[in-house]
Write a protein that binds this ligand. Sequence first.
Ligand SMILES: NC(=O)c1ccc[n+]([C@@H]2O[C@H](COP(=O)([O-])OP(=O)(O)OC[C@H]3O[C@@H](n4cnc5c(N)ncnc54)[C@H](OP(=O)(O)O)[C@@H]3O)[C@@H](O)[C@H]2O)c1
Length: 407
Amino acid sequence: MSDPVRIGLLGRGTVGGAFAGLLAERAGAFEAATGRRPEVAGTLTRSEGDFSDILERSEVVVELIGGTDPARTYVLDALRAGRPVVTANKQLLAQHGEELFGVAREAGVQLRFEAAVAGVIPIVRTIQESFGVTEIDKVFGIVNGTTNFILSEMAAGGAAYGEVLARAQELGYAEADPTDDVNGADAAAKMAILARLAFHTPVTLDQVAFEGIEAIQPDDLAYAKELDLSLKLLGVAERRDGGVSVRVFPCFLYGGHPLAPVGGPFNAVMVEAPAITEVTMSGPGAGGVETASAVLGDLVSIVAGEAPVSDASERLPIVTDVSSSFYLHLEVADEPGVLARIAQVLGENDVSVKSVVQRGTGGDARLVMVVHECLESRFVAAVERIGRSPDLRSAPRYIRVIEEEFV
Ligand SMILES: NC(=O)c1ccc[n+]([C@@H]2O[C@H](COP(=O)([O-])OP(=O)(O)OC[C@H]3O[C@@H](n4cnc5c(N)ncnc54)[C@H](OP(=O)(O)O)[C@@H]3O)[C@@H](O)[C@H]2O)c1
């Protein structure tokens, strides 16, 4: 049996704690993907553990302390000692990326950082691996969930900035000190990292021009709504005039833009290149377990030494009778009591109606309804019964409906 993978865990706060839990929960899947069992060799917090001792006992280091000091020293020491490092630390990379990547290159070890940008969205991996030799023109998007939540709430309810910020803090979407989120600095650090990856050129935080959302007024958002515009804090990194421009600024988008419907604390990133046209990815931009999941993915890549081979070691049953919501179209006789009789058949099969409209009269009478999510077998049984009814002038038609709203 192979030796376990000994992991040095630096930091056990929101992300570090979630990472330790996820690692234990997914240990079997980790072993299936890498051939080795994971084991936490030591944990460092402010009150626990000794860094040198943990480094000595680890073969890979996961840095989840945050900030630049002492995280920078620990990461540099680990890399120099030949330990690959996974980090979620955007400030560290945006400010000291060149130094850290240089040391990693010299030491011949990996430094992976998927969780540092846009939470769970695998944008780092996509740019580095899938588009590794694609000439990217532009990377842009919503990379700060706090501000996106605030702008979405202001647009929805007409509330003022300060009021919504307080609600974001209550819900845990904004830190006690939200300065770096709302003034654009957090997004700027992420865009510096993305720009470096996309354009293969050093970009540091001080080279990113950023504006925040503090001055946005509720009536800006009210007018925008009438015009089908939505306001987002965008990070944009693009090739311009033979160089690279990296900025963060509030911006209106038309309703049809792929980023327009991205609301709440979600992030979304778009990549544009002649060879790929455009790709958009969205998902939760933060959160302990979401960020920990991105950290775990990096760790698996390091230990597997290559892209993990697809694993099918589980034996799960195949489920065919799933729940769905449905649109149902019925051409009916224009007589009293038809709707009640149809509703009764649906009800007897545990199918409940969400909305119904009656259209036409006489030979053109129709009932169009959407039913709530129900087991497909129950719905089909109800429709078969309805189809045999003398109330129907033609066979019923139905189409599945995804009720879920993605944002
Ligand atoms: N939270 C998120 O949703 C999120 C999302 C994306 C990325 N990130 C990044 O993930 C990293 C960790 O964030 P977090 O939210 O988990 O932070 P956190 O909850 O504040 O946890 C930080 C951990 O690091 C330890 N620590 C702090 N300073 C230390 C020092 N000088 N020496 C040793 N240990 C020290 C703390 O120790 P104690 O336990 O003793 O206090 C704590 O365990 C940051 O780089 C952050 O930017 C976080």
